[in-house]
Write a protein that binds this ligand. Structure first.
Ligand SMILES: [Zn+2]
Length: 204
């Protein structure tokens, strides 16, 4: 586990809770993405996994099968024509997400809305698997939800199952400082703090 992920608030099982995961009555809602939290991450250039700053330069995402195929086909000049709600993060945080997060990494455990897609793709390699991808360019636009566009692929790490990224995750964590930049309080477990921060942007 990257040190920045280890520093996250935990649920009652001890699992780290992502910066973009909203909390309701003291319980993280893993299946949903908080609009306030995603907005804050975008405008403050914070990682959607750990909530700490991303340095200037590339940002990373875990992409699912169909999108991975489109990026691979387009090559380094890729730019997503349709914006996505999926927020970016640090390289090691996204490798961690690929290895551990069932919603992001496992073709058999996608979000409910995608169940029919997975069913249709069974037995057909397309639409399964995915990749961890680094993009040199990112922009975002807010229209009720935060939407992202990514361009200029600088790294493309293919997997059929996210667990295949484990050696890269281990290598990335080994090269990382254990000095952890604190995540802002409004991206921890206090949803009121996240909402207040979000509201302050909308009214300013
Ligand atoms: Zn991170």
């Amino acid at each position: 586990m990257p040190p920045l992920v280890a520093a996250r608030p935990r649920d009652e099982r001890g699992y780290p809770v992502l910066a973009i995961t909203p909390w309701v009555d003291g319980v993280p809602r893993f299946a949903s993405t908080g609009t306030a939290r995603t907005f804050i991450c975008a405008v403050e250039r914070l990682c959607s996994i750990c909530g700490t700053p991303m340095a200037p330069g590339p940002v990373w995402r875990v992409v699912a099968g169909a999108e991975a195929d489109a990026i691979e086909a387009a090559g380094p000049g890729f730019r997503n024509a349709a914006p996505t709600v999926e927020a970016p993060g640090h390289r090691s945080c996204m490798l961690y997400a690929a290895v551990t997060c069932p919603y992001l990494a496992r073709p058999t455990a996608r979000r409910g809305a995608d169940a029919s897609v997975v069913e249709a793709a069974r037995g057909d390699k397309r639409g399964l698997g995915g990749a961890v991808v680094g993009f040199a360019e990112m922009d975002h636009r807010y229209a009720d939800v935060m939407m992202f566009r990514f361009g200029k692929v600088v790294e493309f790490l293919r997997h059929e199952n996210g667990e295949e990224q484990l050696p890269r995750l281990i290598a990335a964590v080994a090269g990382e400082s254990t000095q952890v930049t604190p995540c802002p309080a409004y991206l921890l477990s206090d949803e009121e703090a996240a909402d207040a921060r979000f509201a302050s942007y909308l009214t300013s």
